[in-house]
Design a protein around this ligand. Structure first.
Ligand code: PDD
Length: 285
């Protein structure tokens, strides 16, 4: 693969980057992460990702001071040395390496910071002109989904189950209500044209793309509501879509094998995708 990765202050060939077996990211999933998309060689929504990173670190009391300017320089250098035009920069900060104990280690332990890049060929994004299919699955994740931790085994399992049933992804359901996708936020467009997505709480990740899409929806006078919805309401919606840094806005054309609308990507989703890419590109860094 031949990439240059960033590890604790150094840019190194990926084969040479080594992290301790005692790293708490490895032993306890005691780490947080961000995925920032790169479009035309520039970073989208960078400040939003750094703000959420600070929040995740704070929630877990990981003693790492995020200097947004310094982080931007590192991200840019990663994009530059790896010649990324379209793709993502992945950033992970773990609490660091310490002898295995459920207690957090003392202040002598410093966090481990890792960055690497992925090109969009490696990420294999779906075609927005075709859209994706989703199936619903029980949401068995922990209760602090607002913290972006690397504890991703259940989302991974749910995505595998979805793939086994021939679908592209899963929408997770708790107490009869959709929370979000395995690695994205879930939206529907009701038959009266209202965009609906679940309100913010500890039940979902506070998606940066979600926030941008709602901002653009309100600026373009599209009606939206932040509230819960059921799988039944979703199956009966006129459109559905997901948002995430790696997918932008991606239409959903079937849920649990039921065609949404006419089974083709809907106009609201495609328009929001266009607006999202155009507007966020204006502020890309
Ligand atoms: N996933 N919900 C979950 C559970 C996620 O993991 C993600 C992001 C989102 C969307 O957030 P944002 O718009 O800030 O990317 C929602 C990233 C892309 C990933 O794990 O690869």
């Amino acid at each position: 693969m031949g990439r240059t990765v960033y590890l604790n202050g150094e840019y190194v060939p990926e084969e040479e980057a080594k992290v301790s077996v005692f790293d708490r990211g490895f032993l306890f999933a005691d780490a947080v992460y961000e995925v920032t998309s790169v479009h035309g060689g520039r970073l989208l929504d960078f400040d939003g990702h750094m703000t959420r990173l600070k929040r995740s670190l704070g929630a877990l009391e990981i003693p790492f001071e995020v200097d947004t300017e310094a982080m931007l320089e590192i991200h840019r250098e990663m994009v530059r040395v790896n010649a990324i035009d379209e793709g993502v920069v992945y950033l992970q900060i773990s609490r660091g390496a310490a002898d295995r104990s459920f207690m957090y280690p003392g202040e002598d332990v410093s966090p481990t910071i890792v960055l690497f890049t992925q090109t969009s060929e490696a990420l294999k994004p779906k075609n927005p002109e075709k859209g994706i299919s989703v199936v619903t699955a029980e949401d068995l994740r922990w209760g602090r989904r607002d913290i972006k931790t690397v504890q991703l085994l259940y989302p991974s399992m749910a995505k595998m189950e979805a793939a086994k049933s021939g679908a592209d992804d899963a929408w997770l359901v708790e107490e009869g209500l959709i929370t979000e996708g395995t690695s994205n936020n879930a939206f529907i467009v009701t038959r009266d044209g209202t965009i609906v997505t679940r309100e913010l709480s500890n039940d979902i990740l506070h998606g940066i793309t979600r926030a941008a899409v709602l901002r653009f929806a309100s600026e373009t006078q599209l009606r939206f509501e932040e509230r819960t919805f059921t799988p039944k309401e979703a199956r009966e919606a006129s459109e559905a879509f997901i948002t995430s840094a790696s997918n932008y806005v991606m239409p959903v054309v079937s849920i649990d094998g039921v065609q949404i609308g006419n089974g083709k990507p809907g106009p609201v989703a495609l328009r929001l995708r266009e607006i999202y890419i155009a507007e966020s590109s204006k502020w890309a860094v």
